[in-house]
Design a protein around this ligand. Structure first.
Ligand code: MG
Length: 250
């Protein structure tokens, strides 16, 4: 299947969808504290979405039971918010969220420390974020898709972290997951040529230990196999004729 090229009108809708999502992430970040049950993040997302007349694209996606994904410590992605799961001082928490505005999807993730966290967890969060920015230096029309993957891998490998290989970034637009898949690790081939108008969710998922992951009993929550903490950083970007535009940051 071809990678879709968005029209100027579609790009404007993607921009609005993603700006709203960025705003929602900022609201969620404000309530993170030790003692918070993760369901409270989901409730805040639900009220934010309702207030803005939009819907979550994660809710009911293949049956996902919540508005957003909240993943704590060794949980990599797809954690289910719950009133039993409470944030503790020193934890790290990843929030992955998206919404649909007039048919157009946004997708972005952030990892935060809860209270005071260890230096090694902070560095994991920072370098995961930095690897996204290293990757998107290659996100230019005329380059190839896997130039992004290779740049993320080359950057992260310096720290000895484990890159999650079982989950990848993706195209995004009228669907949450569109072509192409975007690995965060080195590829032998350079992949399809990037063109202006492509909208891509670039999302390194990085473990402090090895990159292997397993699925929990709930069939959703992905955890690091070795139990090490994991960080996630994601934005939806637009390929242009110049620098990429990060739609989910403003
Ligand atoms: Mg995504």
């Amino acid at each position: 299947m071809a990678i879709s090229i968005k029209s100027p009108r579609e790009i404007e809708l993607m921009r609005i969808s993603n700006h709203m999502l960025c705003d929602m992430h900022r609201e969620l970040e404000k309530i993170i504290r030790p003692g918070l049950p993760t369901i409270e993040l989901d409730k805040l997302a639900e009220s934010y979405l309702k207030e803005h007349g939009v819907v979550s694209n994660f809710y009911n996606y293949e049956g996902f039971p919540a508005q957003i994904c909240v993943s704590v410590n060794d949980e990599v992605v797809h954690g289910i918010p719950s009133k039993e799961k409470v944030l503790h001082e020193g934890d790290i928490v990843s929030i992955d969220a998206g919404l649909i505005y007039k048919g157009y999807h946004s997708d972005a993730a952030r990892t935060y420390g809860v209270g005071t966290i260890s230096k090694e967890k902070q560095q994991l969060i920072d370098e995961t974020r930095n690897s996204f920015f290293e990757g998107i230096k290659m996100a230019r029309a005329g380059n190839r898709l896997f130039d992004i993957s290779n740049a993320i891998d080359a950057y992260i490998s310096k720290f000895g972290y484990g890159i999650v290989r079982d989950l990848v970034g993706h195209g995004v637009g009228t669907e949450l997951h569109e072509e192409p898949q975007i690995p965060n690790y080195k590829q032998e081939r350079r992949g399809p040529k990037l063109q202006a108008g492509m909208t891509l969710a670039i999302e390194p998922m990085i473990n402090l230990g090895r990159g292997d992951v397993v699925w929990e009993e709930d069939e959703w929550t992905v955890v690091s196999e070795d139990g090490s903490p994991s960080a996630h950083y994601e934005n939806t970007i637009l390929i242009t004729d110049g620098d990429p535009e990060i739609l989910s940051l403003y």
